[in-house]
Design a protein around this ligand. Sequence first.
Ligand SMILES: C[S@@+](CC[C@H](N)C(=O)[O-])C[C@H]1O[C@@H](n2cnc3c(N)ncnc32)[C@H](O)[C@@H]1O
Length: 560
Amino acid sequence: MEDSKLSSSSVIIGTDESCTIALELSENDPFFDKKKNLLHNKGFHIREHVQLKSLTCPDSIATTLEKMLQIARITHLDEIELYFGEIDECSSVEYCSPRNEVEALNSILALVNSMLSRKTRTEMNVLQALRDAIVDRFEEFVDKNREEARIDKSYICDKEKRVAEWGEINGIKSKLEIVYVEGAGRGAIATKDLKAGDVAMEIPVSIIISEELVHQSDMYHILGKLDGISSETMLLLWSMKERHNSNSKFKVYFDTLPKEFNTGLSFGVAAIMALDGTLLLEEIMQAKEHLRIQYDELVPALCNKYPDVFPPELYTWEQFLWACELWYSNSMKVMFPDGKLRTCLIPFAGFLNHSLHPHIIHYGKVDSMTNTLKFPLSRPCLIGEQCCLSYGNFSSSHLITFYGFLPQGDNPYDVIPLDFDAGEPDSMEDCPVSSQTTHMVRGTWLSKNHNIFHYGLPSPLLNFLRSAQGLTLHNMTITRSNLEIEMQILEDLQSTFNNMMENLGDADLVDSDRETAAWDVKLAIEFKDLQRRIVSSIVTSCDAGIKLVQHELSKWTAEE
Ligand SMILES: C[S@@+](CC[C@H](N)C(=O)[O-])C[C@H]1O[C@@H](n2cnc3c(N)ncnc32)[C@H](O)[C@@H]1O
């Protein structure tokens, strides 16, 4: 894979049944230093040579694969995983998240596959044996993490079928079928068993909706002269009119779009009120205000001055908001062969839903040889299984605001940011997050380490708070002064999160009322429940931590 962090410039050395693969951490990795340290802590180099000797023995294959996986897991850690990661403390680099595991396995598979395609017959056996072991490992992992999508067979996908037929005529190649998935609207299922590396769908550039279309339209001579207008805004205005154009090349696509999008941007007053005490309330209000200002500054003036090009009845605030929701929830950023990143609508691909355990992670770069956008699988997808994308590493609040749903399962990106006024301590050099004063917490059930000095809380936060108490180097030893500092930190955190819990208030509505609540109120309540669960887990962990520290302090006192 082109953006794989494992170098594929590795060489096979040796003869007969033995060869070597070099795995390398890219120097362009934004977290290079942190990952380099982690690799060193585990006894690996940034360019690690893995010997593939006599891999006919299953034990040796398993050991080799484990070593490669440990390296690949570190090289594929993302910003949040690095912040919350407990790899420093573990004896081996264990499973970290579904995303990380899929990325790690897939990068090794891609590397071995590319070597298999280049190598001589004598080296084939050893690589083939390793490849089979990776595929087995993948299947085992996928079986454990399978998500059941409930397909509503009563939904007639006529419009969607028309898009599929139109797409086929226009060069779309797809191994997916559009169906109706309960709780997620339209989605795509695999029409046959697909392997990691298979291309699930290929879309020709000619049917991608991008800024080129505005340039060819009667709007461009007006919009092109406006100072500071972005190509995204131009496209948004273009789509508001094009959706009503019965001669549009994209009519079948526009016909499949919902009349209402139901994202956080359309939340009514009751839903907004239900969000009281959460940061999502602020996020939605700010996003909506920003759009309203943009509309007021731009659209009425265009309609007044050029009513033939911008008919006022097509450019109301409600229609503008609909178009914003369309672009936020359905667009993708695509890198074209000219090196330009453009925001696009992609017919057919727009039916793919998001998952925290996605099949397709790396997409969005046009293949200049075929002039198509390919959607390759990072993990297998069985016939009839819903094939999902990763829209990005988004928190649930972002997904509600701009997409209108709360993903199923534990979202590792659901963090609560914590801003501190305190000065910068030395230990912040180790912090992988870009903003030096921002720390964060998340549900402590996601943490494996609840022992003393950890408590299920992130180490960068705890180290920051220890530094703020004057402790520059925390050596994790049980001394009276260390314990007293731990106690102070845990009590402060507990008090902060107790206040947050109070602000969230008690659970809203009884179960029967929830069932009948409007879509937006239901979503707001589910989000608030999630926030309560996160905050409550932190309070509980602080409480358990305080008891651990008290226990150690009492032993200390008894000795004295
Ligand atoms: C790109 S579209 C995907 C196709 C969409 N389901 C449809 O019927 O048009 C994105 C929208 O799909 C829905 N969606 C995507 N992933 C979802 C998920 N995991 N759960 C619930 N809804 C989801 C949300 O409404 C989101 O705004």
